[in-house]
Design a protein around this ligand. Structure first.
Ligand code: CP3
Length: 355
């Protein structure tokens, strides 16, 4: 099918949205806001819904995906929902033995260290993730016009989990392969890019109206190495999504030195963590990009006056960008009081000036 054919299968009713407008750098009545990890352990109803169900099982159960994705939308006046899943779900779907251990993160039984390991990663077909198609379709109806953000893990971040076998502080083996076995590294990242493309297409074709590529752990890579060893693969992902006409967001933690390159790959919106003020980030990203961010999630554990003051600062700095989507600089921490997130959402709406 051509790109044009694919677009024609997208839902025909696509209501207006401040979130999509800000991503597109169009005028908005107020600054839109959503939070990375807005669904999750900070919500008592999430802990209740998950009960004893393992994370990977929850991610393959459409009713639960829909319920958990909707929970923050019921509580907060957020301008977007993010699909409840995890970056390792497509890996599991192609047969990788991966589990998410509570309090630890993704753990891979048989880490990839050689060519045979890379060759075991097969391409993802839509039939591998029927629960994703089903949940996204249901959500598109339930969200009544609030856009759903689909997502995938970035190539460096997924490679790191696969090579290290689990979470890692220094990504040592990962970088050893990147520096020492560039051909093998390129094959692995190219395969991960293809998997991300297939996974994102499933979500967009089922009704997701924006996508975010989380290359969360790429911040430890130097810009020159990012350019040679990561950028080509991320560019492939963003190019493959271009014809769908959905805003594409690109985010990583500690990526201050990479912000320009993370825009160059073809993102419409560059996510910024709390280390770089948004008015400074504007100068690091080429023209024609919106910014997303960037309140330190830990600030939400401080008294409300402090939260409000810092949020106003982010709004003021965000006004220097061509478009601004308010978010945290990383995910909501489990200890966060949902009442604070509710107040913060309202503050962002009330105190952002029309632009
Ligand atoms: O609300 C949302 O943002 C959508 C859901 C979402 C999850 N994971 C659910 C989840 C998203 C977008 C992700 C992406 C993800 N997963 C990333 C990129 C985003 C980021 O945070 O940088 C990464 C690096 C992962 C890998 C992963 N999965 C980690 C590090 C963890 C946390 C481990 C822990 O217990 O602290 C997970 C598990 C996970 N993914 C949880 C949730 C809600 C916690 C599961 C639980 O309830 O025990």
């Amino acid at each position: 099918a051509t790109a044009g054919d694919r677009r024609s299968v997208l839902p025909s009713s696509r209501p207006a949205s401040t979130f999509l407008d800000a991503c597109r750098r169009r005028p908005v009545a107020h600054t839109p806001v959503w939070f990375m990890r807005q669904a999750g352990r900070s919500l008592p109803e999430y802990r209740e819904a998950r009960g004893g169900i393992p994370m990977m099982e929850a991610c393959a159960t459409p009713d639960l995906i829909v319920e958990i994705t909707m929970q923050p939308v019921r509580r907060y006046t957020v301008d977007a929902a993010i699909f409840f899943s995890d970056i390792v779900v497509p890996l599991k779907a192609i047969g990788v033995d991966v589990d998410i251990k509570p309090g630890v993160g993704p753990v891979i039984a048989d880490p990839i260290r050689d060519a045979a390991g890379v060759d075991r990663l097969r391409l993802l077909e839509p039939d591998d993730v029927p629960y994703v198609t089903e949940a996204v379709s249901t959500l598109t109806g339930e969200l009544a016009g609030i856009p759903l953000i689909g997502f995938a893990g970035g190539p460096f971040t997924l490679a790191s989990y696969l090579i290290e076998g689990g979470p890692s502080k220094n990504h040592e083996r990962t970088k050893a392969m990147m520096y020492g076995e560039p051909d093998l590294w390129a094959r692995l990242l190219d395969r991960l890019a293809d998997i991300a493309i297939a996974y994102l297409k499933v979500q967009v074709e089922a009704g997701a109206r924006a996508i975010q590529l989380f290359d969360s752990w790429v911040g430890g890579v130097a810009p020159a190495d990012y350019r040679t060893s990561v950028l080509p693969h991320s560019s492939k992902i963003f190019s493959a999504l271009e014809s769908y006409d959905v805003p594409r967001i690109h985010f990583g933690v500690g990526t201050g030195e990479l912000l320009g390159l993370m825009g160059e790959v073809g993102a419409d919106v560059v996510g910024v963590d709390w280390r770089v003020p948004l008015d400074e980030a504007v100068g690091r990203v080429e023209a024609g990009k919106a910014l997303q961010g960037n309140l330190d999630p830990a600030i939400l554990l401080a008294p409300w006056d402090v939260v409000a003051e810092r949020a106003r600062e982010v709004l003021a700095q965000g006004r220097t960008a061509e478009g601004h989507v308010f978010n945290l600089g990383h995910g909501v921490l489990p200890a966060t009081d949902p009442g604070v997130l509710a107040r913060l959402t309202d503050l962002v709406h009330e105190e952002s000036i029309a632009r």
